[in-house]
Structure formats: C-alpha cells, structure tokens
Write a protein that binds this ligand. Structure first.
Ligand SMILES: Cc1cc2nc3c(=O)[nH]c(=O)nc-3n(C[C@H](O)[C@H](O)[C@H](O)COP(=O)(O)OP(=O)(O)OC[C@H]3O[C@@H](n4cnc5c(N)ncnc54)[C@H](O)[C@@H]3O)c2cc1C
Ligand code: FES
Length: 365
C-alpha cells in the first residue's frame, strides 16, 4: 500500500515538474514575438505569435466556428491558409480531405501562429459577435431536454438565419475548463433581442451538466454567433424536414420563420422519439399544421411502452422516410440530429432521387 502511495506521489511530482518546464518553455523559448495576420487580402492585424490560430483570431474578436472548443475533434474551425501556417499536422488529417489540404484548408485550432500568416475566411464571420445574455426562462420540455430563453439588453440585437446556431461559453465550474459548445437557435430571425435553445442533457457532459444542474434564471451567459450553413433556403421546392431529439431546434426556427412570413411551400416534418415522454413541441406543431400554407407533422416512437398508449407509427425516422417520401422530384431535405440518424437517412433520400445539393444537414456531434 505504502509502495503504491510512493509511486503515485513520484509520478504526480514528475508530471507536475514536466508541466512546469513546458509552461516556462512556452513563455521563453517559444516566444515568437509579434506576427502579421492578413485576412482576405485587406484586413491586417499585428498579433502575438505562438498561440493557435483559432485563439489568435478570437483575441481580435473574430470568431470561427469551434463546436469542440478547440480540441481538434469537430472539424468546424477550418480556414484557408494562403501563406504561413507551417506543416500540415497529423491531428488535422481526420477532418481535412486531401482536396481541401491541397487548397490550403487547415484546422485553425491546431496550427500555431509562428510566422506572418495570410488567411481567407467567409466575410460573414466578421458579423459574428460575442454577447452577454441573461437567462430568463429555464423550462423542462422532457426529463432530458430544457428550453432555455436568453435575452439581450434592449439596445442590443443578434441577426441570424433560420436554422443557424450559437456557441455557449461554459464558464469554469467544478474543476472543468471553459469550453464552447454549439446550440441551434429555435426562435425565428424576427426575434433579435431574445433567442431560445433546446438543450439535451448528456451525462458527464461539461456544458449540458452546467445548463441542467447549475444554471439559474437571471444568470449571465456568454454566447458567440451566429454560425452555420444549415439554414432555410428560399425557393419553391417541397421541403422534407427530418429530426430526432434536440435536432428539432433548428427545424423549429425554420418552421416558425415560414409561418410568420406566410411562405407558400409544401413541407413535412418527420420526427422520431423513443417514448411518448421524449416527444415535445407537439402542441405548437399541430397548430402550425393549421396556420401554415401546407405543413404536415408526422412522428413515430421507436420504443413505445404500455404507458405510452401509442396508436401512431412505430419505428425510426428512416422507416417514415421509406414509407412516406415517394421520390426526390423538386424536393429538398433538412436533416438534424445525431450522426447515425443523418448517416442512415441520406442514402435513403439519395435512393429516392434527392440530389446531394438538395440535402442540408446539421450533425449534433
Ligand atoms: C452545429 C451543432 C449544433 C448543435 N445544436 C445542439 C442543440 O440545439 N441542442 C443540443 O442539445 N445539442 C446540440 N449540439 C450538441 C452540443 O454542441 C454538445 O456537443 C452537446 O450538448 C454535449 O456537450 P457537453 O459539453 O455537455 O458534453 P461533452 O463534455 O462535450 O461530452 C461529454 C461526453 O459525452 C459524449 N457526448 C457528447 N455529446 C453526446 C451526445 N449528444 N450523446 C451522447 N454522448 C455524447 C462525448 O463523446 C464525451 O465523451 C449541437 C452540435 C453541433 C455541432
Ligand atoms: S475547434 Fe473543433 S476541430 Fe478545431
């Protein structure tokens, strides 16, 4: 027992010493000095070298999507590097395709700014801002999903497209580090001063545990956004919307937008849940069936129990798509939920004739 204790103390000591050395090295040896950062050929910044590009950009109030908070595990933080940036790294391989690599695409959270660097980013990212919201509603929609309403002071507003997302900066709590996590906006863009989110609980998840177990009404919450290319496209194609769980969030924003603007398009939402208690928004969706031009809501349960007293469809959303969607002629699809659902719906839609360009999706991974 004593031996184990001595070994643990020795290992902790060595680890602590190495961490200290690394931090001294970072501050002294790895002092890269000021570097020039040029964005889109015209905007020039003098930045402190040595940090990763994502954080360097954040320091200049330029926010790149980063759903994993810079861990190199979401692939959202891509930027095009024209010059500088150094070697392509092994940690980027899983997220940057060979074609993208040849075009200069890099994961901004992985590469360090060690020399002058020229990059290209979409112009709309200059509209992404950091906001301090006040939490005004926290409501249980199911035993795992909360509705969270966030409000800005009256003088401030956020502009977004229906379907886009924001990132919450989860503060330090219970020894967890500060992390950004992505959450889709459920409100329509007309709601500029307040936004609402549906946040599912992930056991041991840093942000969702904070939201579900620590956050209170009147608390402040730091948010950056808006982000994302999963948003409503204007047009006249029939819309097939597919969601499971909190994937309902961006779909609600799209439907509320269509309803408010009296958009004359046929749209059908296919929603899947496990049991009746995992269903939510049913009342509003039924109302939308009455008020929207041509909207149908079709749902299914994958594991109905006796208590569900369920008389509707049983199965997964994939089964609904198989039986209700006849073909992809003049249709576009919006899919939102976990990666396995999206990866199984896309091939079915393609088989029915949907073109790749007409399938939009947001994977909540
Ligand atoms: C574009 C985008 C939009 C999103 N919109 C929403 C939204 O509207 N509502 C919403 O609730 N979520 C949404 N997500 C997911 C969200 O960003 C977080 O990934 C999720 O809430 C978990 O965060 P966490 O910090 O609590 O968990 P983490 O601390 O990141 O994860 C803890 C552990 O749980 C695992 N894990 C992470 N997520 C899940 C999961 N969903 N199920 C099972 N295990 C998981 C991780 O692998 C890890 O092991 C979205 C994601 C993206 C990329
Ligand atoms: S922020 Fe997720 S991979 Fe870079």
């Amino acid at each position: 027992m004593e031996n184990i204790f001595t070994t643990v103390v020795a290992i902790s000591g060595i680890t602590g010493f190495l961490a200290l050395l690394l931090s001294i090295a970072n501050r002294t040896i790895a002092n890269y000095g000021d570097k020039k950062l040029i964005i889109n050929k015209e905007k020039e910044y003098i930045v402190e070298g040595g940090d990763n590009l994502l954080s360097t950009l954040n320091e200049q109030d330029i926010f790149i999507p980063s759903a994993c908070g810079g861990k190199g595990s979401c692939g959202y933080c891509k930027v095009k590097v024209i010059e500088g940036g150094g070697q392509f790294l092994a940690t980027e391989k899983g997220y940057v395709t060979e074609t993208e690599r040849l075009e200069g695409i890099r994961l901004s959270c992985q590469l360090r700014v060690k020399e002058d660097i020229k990059i290209e980013i979409p112009e709309e990212l200059f509209n992404v801002k950091q906001y301090e919201y006040t939490v005004t509603i926290l409501e249980d929609l199911t035993d795992k999903i909360k509705r969270v309403r966030l409000e800005l002071p009256e003088t401030l507003e956020i502009n977004y497209k229906p379907g886009q997302y924001i990132q919450i900066l989860t503060p330090v709590y219970d020894g967890n580090e500060e992390v950004y996590r992505a959450y889709s906006i459920t409100t329509p863009p007309s709601s500029k001063q307040a936004i609402e989110l549906f946040i599912g609980y992930v056991p041991d998840g840093i942000c969702t545990t904070y939201i579900h177990k620590h956050l209170k009404v009147n608390d402040k919450l730091n948010v950056v956004g808006p982000f994302g290319d999963f948003y409503y496209r204007e047009g006249d194609k029939e819309m097939v919307l597919v969601a499971i769980g909190t994937g309902m969030a961006p779909i609600m924003s799209i439907l509320r937008y269509m309803n408010e603007n009296r958009i004359e398009r046929k749209a059908t939402l296919y929603f899947g849940a496990r049991t009746r208690s995992d269903m939510f928004m049913t009342e509003e969706l039924k109302k939308l069936e009455e008020t929207m031009y041509d909207f149908t809501y079709i749902n299914c349960l994958s594991r109905p129990t006796a208590q569900c007293e369920w008389k509707g469809e049983v199965g997964r959303v994939t089964d609904l798509i198989e039986s209700y969607v006849d073909n992809g002629d003049n249709k576009e699809a919006y899919l939102c939920g976990n990666p396995p659902m999206i990866d199984s719906v896309i091939p079915i839609l393609k088989e029915k004739g949907f073109a790749d360009k007409d399938i939009y999706f947001d994977k909540f991974d």
